[in-house]
Design a protein around this ligand. Structure first.
Ligand code: ZN
Length: 263
């Protein structure tokens, strides 16, 4: 099992990070965790963690929330310099998470777009895949990533939650993958839109993640999430794709290994 999106450097794991990691790799020796950076400090912490564990890798990037007024003054130039410098580290396998979040803040859209685009351009230059965060901004994210210059850039929409119509558009981007997390285990009705969305996406383009400490899947909903719980996500999405657990797990593992170029 591979958890393609975790935040094990967050305070939530301060007390028992080691045990959480051990639990994941017990009976899962061939697994991997991709730990995701979000700002200056977390990018460093994420790499530090990856350097301690053979099977943990890191993405580095600046989440749109770094632009909020309650954060210290953000300097784009410095941010890009940090990414270029850290990207030379062998444990860095992607740029992310980067993107647009209008749920969190819809008053700084232009600033968010500028930050997003400059990191996409950097990923192109560094030849690294991209992990995209998108909330209430599917139209604008699509408009940006569907530009011709990004046609060969490998990207994944993390915690994908677009509607069917938007998904049709995203599916036209051949190098785009779709990652699902614990929220797929919440709805009960069979005709829920997210289920229909999952059914339209080919297995070859799906990845799974926890986004821990957030979004713990059922039956852990409401508690702190952790990489081991990616199992529940695999189970749910496998069911929707009418695959066995093992068959689906093998596919999503392969997709993640290829996408992040893990070895
Ligand atoms: Zn995340």
């Amino acid at each position: 099992m591979i958890d393609t999106h975790a935040h094990l450097d967050f305070e939530n794991f301060k007390e028992d990070q080691k045990e959480v990691i051990e639990r994941f790799f017990l009976n899962n020796q061939n697994g991997y965790i991709i730990n995701i950076g979000v700002d200056f400090d977390r990018n460093l912490k994420s790499i530090e963690l990856a350097e301690k564990h053979e099977r943990i890798f890191s993405a580095i990037g600046f989440h749109p929330e770094v632009l909020d007024e309650n954060h210290k003054v953000f300097c784009l130039k410095e941010a890009k310099l940090q990414l270029e410098k850290l990207a030379t580290n062998m444990k860095v396998v992607a740029i992310g998470e980067i993107g647009l979040d209008y749920f969190h803040n819809s008053k700084n859209k232009e600033k968010q777009k500028k930050l997003f685009v400059s990191q996409l351009d950097l990923a192109l230059k560094l030849n690294l895949p991209v992990v995209i965060h998108c909330r209430d901004a599917y139209e604008d994210v699509f408009e940006i990533i569907s530009q011709k210059k990004y046609i060969n850039l490998n990207m994944v929409m993390h915690c994908f939650g677009a509607n069917l119509k938007q998904t049709e558009n995203f599916l036209t981007l051949k190098n785009l993958k779709f990652s699902f997390t614990g929220n797929t285990t919440f709805p009960k009705k069979e005709d829920t839109e997210i289920f229909k969305v999952i059914k339209t996406i080919p297995v070859e383009r799906i990845m799974v993640e926890t986004d821990c400490p957030f979004l713990a899947p059922n039956p852990h909903r409401g508690k702190r999430n952790e990489p081991l719980f990616v199992k529940e996500v695999i189970q749910k999405v496998a069911y929707l794709k009418e695959c066995s657990f093992e068959e689906f797990r093998e596919s999503v593992d392969r997709n993640a290994i290829d996408f992040f170029n893990l070895k």
